[in-house]
Design a protein around this ligand. Sequence first.
Ligand code: ATP
Ligand code: MG
Length: 370
Amino acid sequence: MGTQGTYSIAVLPGDGIGPEVTEQAVHVLQAIAQQYGHSFHFQYGLVGLAAIEAEGKAISDETLAVCQGSDAILFGAVGGAQPGAAVKPEEALFRLRKGLQFFANLRPVRPSPAMLDASSIKPEILQGVDLIVVRELTGGLYYGHLEPGVPGKPSEIRETPQGYEAIDTLLYTEAEIERIVRVAFDLARERRKKVTSVDKANVLSSSVLWRRVAERVSKDYPDVAFEHLLVDACAMHLIRRPASFDVIVTENLFGDILTDEASMLAGSMGMLPSASLGTRRTEHGIFGLYEPIHGSAPDIAGQNKANPIAAILTAAMLLRHSLGLKEEAATIEAAVEQCIQAGYRTEDLREEGKEILGTKEMGQRIAERV
Ligand code: ATP
Ligand code: MG
């Protein structure tokens, strides 16, 4: 058992199934606290639609300040506004990511060995899959730039005499590429020591620079195997030979698409956690924002149907990266695996002969095993 500590965690449950799954993640963290003698101080804040309705903003400055003062942020999900609403719940995420400079989004994909036979993908292809996608989160097409003096906006739809046209700009600086590639190499050192850098260097200038910088950074990590892959080829190989990947590093949009694809290797969106990290260190690790990769899922909200495993594994990532509690993180992951092995499933994982549990019941079983 490691040393006992006191930690502050900002909790932003948000909308839809966010509060339901976050509640279970908090229960599991409370079980860890009890088991290891830590004390976690949870500070709750409003975010998303819930915050818009109460405070007129997707996230208030006060809530942002609470987040800033914490060791880590546990986030549920936001969404579910009417199309065309004046304030979008998703703005909360953009403010958090951009404002707190969480530029590295980590998405591990490790299918449970107990679920391989139920997958629509052949078990022999899924065997041994244990990869992590490192997605750049604060640059690229999502945040267009134009050089000073160039007219127009970096991202807009505009009217011309010939009809409408639209523009988005994809800009990366050397420094932005270097810092994300370093995150990937540092992670690989603690894993199977392989980095795959994904780009579209046969078409995009930003990718040519990406490749050049990645190549240079790789020289500092002679102990880590390194390869480049075009994004289209990567999309194919993720389905054909997913077990061959260890760490995949890529720009914002490619990472968005590849991680949704990769989520199917794990069986359901309800299984996958994520961490968004920056450079700021806390007393115990790296300051971060932790959220399941799924959204608010309004279609199943309030029915005790959502799978809480993604949120619970997200809490494990929080312990590992921000609080430096590696053993405790592994304890949560083992408890999740035990429950799957015991035959417990949620609705999204429905499988012949398995026991279907609700959100609360699944969370409870996992917390008990912790
Ligand atoms: P958002 O706009 O917030 O992303 P969405 O409608 O796109 O909401 P997602 O959360 O992205 O919903 O989910 C897409 C689909 O996957 C939905 O049908 C949802 O029911 C299902 N899903 C997502 N998360 C879970 C979960 N934790 N457990 C079970 N099913 C889920
Ligand atoms: Mg969605």
